[in-house]
Design a protein around this ligand. Structure first.
Ligand code: IVH
Length: 649
């Protein structure tokens, strides 16, 4: 359902309940905030309930909000208009300038404690500066900027994992990952917009945000103090266009009464403040005919229906295709051949079909038939384990799956081999390549015989194959294409097990003990190594000299850290990933959390306060960056050019 439809149903329910209060029950969705609580986190009570905001899509209703405030408030007041950030709400508590807890909204009364994850969000300061209060709460939004969202979805698609539908879902899913290390890779950002307090004496909301910015907290500068409905409208109209060039998602404007005394007079309903309202932008929609449906077979055999549309311009880009996800989605939409469909982009980056214009349906138009056999190799399709997708079971013989696996293997994030779709098609058609390892068997003579290949292009390919032998083990693990093992999971596994052999030897319990590896991923890993083809491929790749262990990475290495489990925290002269690689190269093991088994905490500048506390509690030594370089007999690398975090807001 689109956000717009959801909000319309909610408003309809609200007005029905107003007309028929006898049917209003305490568990009505109009009476509470939806819950996002998730198992695996400690829940903590909010000091002040975390409420939602009344929202509207109409300027007339913003005018009504202003008129109501005017009527209740006696003295003059102003409005603070801000962007409505489209992410997931967070509540931070600072004590003595140190981040103490980060809670999600949860059910509004209690939230999940995601402090360890919040500390991995680049612009959330673990320590404040300036004249901050001894203890206070500040609330805001955790966001996924578009660039990070695109990168994440690209990775998920390459992995044939369901991509996130929009940056909001991606932000809330990422904030709730059980492995904080993985959160660090997701590129989340935070912006803060509300200090709930009875004791802090700010005259206006705007003053409170200015103060928070002076303590080093991330506060958006895109706000304006307005004195009339015309000024509010100008702000709304300006941002309806300007927001399209912001690097992060927004879905409206929040209009707040600026004076704190006036806010106190207006107070709250059970669900939202009476001193604020959200004006929401309508997602851009277009109506266009469905031309045809393609059924694409991915490298894991999943068949995905994709709608080909009559090209249409939405939110600055031409939309030609929209995913239909699976057969169930086609049913829910009640799609018929030749239908005119509503396509929406809004917060969603992947265009989606949100509805059908029934008045334009040709009478008797048939429903599209989901194929019963693989569109590529003709093998009868089967349902996957959870019954959501159709699969081509012919993984060994289906050309699309074979080519898909090779394309995945050569891709930039995997082995980074100079071979595109055309080249892979040629190698396949000529019968030269059926498995990734066949690429290393290609001879200059065979390549020169292919159409369009010259001495130079052949040399480039051979050079990139040679280079790929140095690609680190974690990427080799990603490249071999174990189902559900994406780039991040491969990195986690490589770090945890250290070598292909250790991973092959691991049982289900050992796999499940790795943070963020669940039973399904563990089973997929076990199935891959149990299969004759999987094992054979790994052995062939090994025989061609690919990296099969983390220790074998090129560069100076030693065993001075052998048997040591090390936790890194804070910023270093080199990136944190490089630091971890350095540890592995010298025989050490990386771990994400401090425990009695930790040999030492390697602390850069601004180490996590929680980690430091744990170290002093457990008597774990803390080693500085320079002490560490001494330990591995290496000088300090040249500092990175710019370690300051750029501000997005
Ligand atoms: S003020 C007491 N300001 O939108 C409520 N909320 O749909 C204080 N949101 O619950 C919230 N941008 O999670 C506020 N500039 C902004 C916001 C904002 C986004 C979120 C927030 C809120 C939700 C309502």
């Amino acid at each position: 359902m689109s956000d717009y439809d959801y909000d319309q149903y909610m408003h309809e329910l609200e007005s029905l309940e107003a007309d028929f209060p006898e049917f209003l029950t305490p568990d009505s969705p109009t009476q509470k905030v939806g819950s996002d609580l998730k198992s695996g986190f400690v829940q903590r009570a909010h000091k002040y309930p975390m409420l939602s905001l009344g929202n509207t899509y109409s300027i007339a209703e913003v005018e009504e909000f202003a008129a109501r405030a005017d009527k209740i408030l006696e003295s003059g007041f102003s409005y603070c208009c801000e962007l409505k950030f489209d992410g997931t709400a967070i509540c931070l508590t600072y004590e003595h300038g140190v981040l103490k807890t980060a809670l999600t909204r949860g059910d509004g009364q209690k939230g999940d404690d995601v402090t360890a994850n919040a500390l991995r969000i680049a612009n959330i300061p673990s320590r404040l500066h300036g004249d901050f209060p001894e203890e206070f709460e500040i609330r805001g939004e955790v966001l996924m900027p578009f660039a990070a969202f695109d990168a994440l979805n690209e990775e998920r698609s390459a992995q044939e994992e369901q991509p996130f539908a929009n940056p909001r879902n991606a932000a809330s899913g990422s904030l709730k990952l059980l492995n904080p290390e993985e959160v660090a890779h997701r590129g989340l950002w935070c912006t803060l917009y509300h200090i709930p307090s009875e004791s802090l004496q700010f005259a206006t909301h705007d003053d409170s945000l200015k103060a928070a910015a002076s303590w080093g907290l991330p506060i958006s500068e895109h706000r304006r103090i307005c004195h009339s409905i015309t000024e509010i409208e100008d702000f709304i109209n300006y941002w309806d266009t300007a927001r399209k060039s912001l690097p992060y998602p927004t879905d409206g404007i929040v209009i707040k009464i600026n004076e704190m005394a006036a806010q106190r007079t207006l107070g709250y309903t059970s669900k939202s403040p009476r001193w604020a309202v959200a004006y929401k932008f309508k997602a851009e929609q277009a109506l266009t005919p469905l031309l045809s449906i393609d059924y694409q077979v991915g490298r894991t055999g999943a068949v995905t229906p994709v709608a080909n549309l009559d090209p249409v311009f939405i939110s600055g880009t031409m939309v030609r295709r929209a995913t239909l996800n699976n057969e169930a989605q086609m049913r829910i939409l009640d799609l018929h051949e030749g239908d005119w469909v509503y396509v929406e982009k809004g917060g969603e980056i992947i265009p989606k079909i949100t509805g059908i214009e029934l008045s334009k349906r040709t009478p008797g138009a048939p429903e599209p038939r989901f194929p019963s056999v693989c569109p590529d190799c003709g093998t009868p399709l089967v349902k996957d384990d959870d019954g959501a997708r159709w699969l081509c079971p012919n993984s060994a013989g289906c050309p699309m799956q074979i080519k898909g696996r090779i394309l995945h293997f050569v891709s930039r994030k995997a082995m980074d081999i100079l071979a595109g779709e055309m080249a892979v098609e040629q190698f396949y058609s000529a019968g030269l390549v059926r498995r990734p390892s066949d690429l290393y068997r290609l001879s200059r003579y065979q390549l020169l015989a292919l159409e369009g290949w010259q001495e130079k292009s052949v040399q480039n390919l051979l050079d990139s194959l040679e280079e790929s032998r140095k690609v680190p083990f974690s990427r080799v693990l990603y490249a071999i294409g174990i189902k559900l093992v994406g780039e991040t999971t491969a990195r986690t596994l490589a770090e945890h097990f250290g070598s292909m052999d250790a991973l092959i030897a691991a049982g289900k319990d050992e796999l499940c003990a790795v943070p963020d590896i669940g039973a399904t991923v563990a089973e997929s890993i076990l199935a891959f190594f149990a299969s004759e083809s999987g094992r054979q491929e790994v052995e062939d790749l090994r025989s061609f000299g690919l990296q099969m262990s983390a220790e074998a990475v090129s560069g100076p290495h030693s065993n001075v850290l052998e048997g040591k489990t090390i936790v890194v925290s804070g910023n270093f002269a080199i990136s944190r990933d490089d630091m971890k690689e350095l540890i592995t190269r010298h025989g050490g093991r990386n771990s994400s959390s401090v425990s009695a088994k930790t040999s030492f905490l390697l602390a850069g500048s601004k180490p996590g306060p929680e980690k430091l506390r744990k170290c002093s509690e457990l008597g774990v030594p803390v080693v500085s960056e320079d002490e560490f370089y001494e330990m591995i007999h290496q000088g300090r690398p040249a500092p990175a050019a710019d370690t300051e975090m750029p501000s997005l807001f």
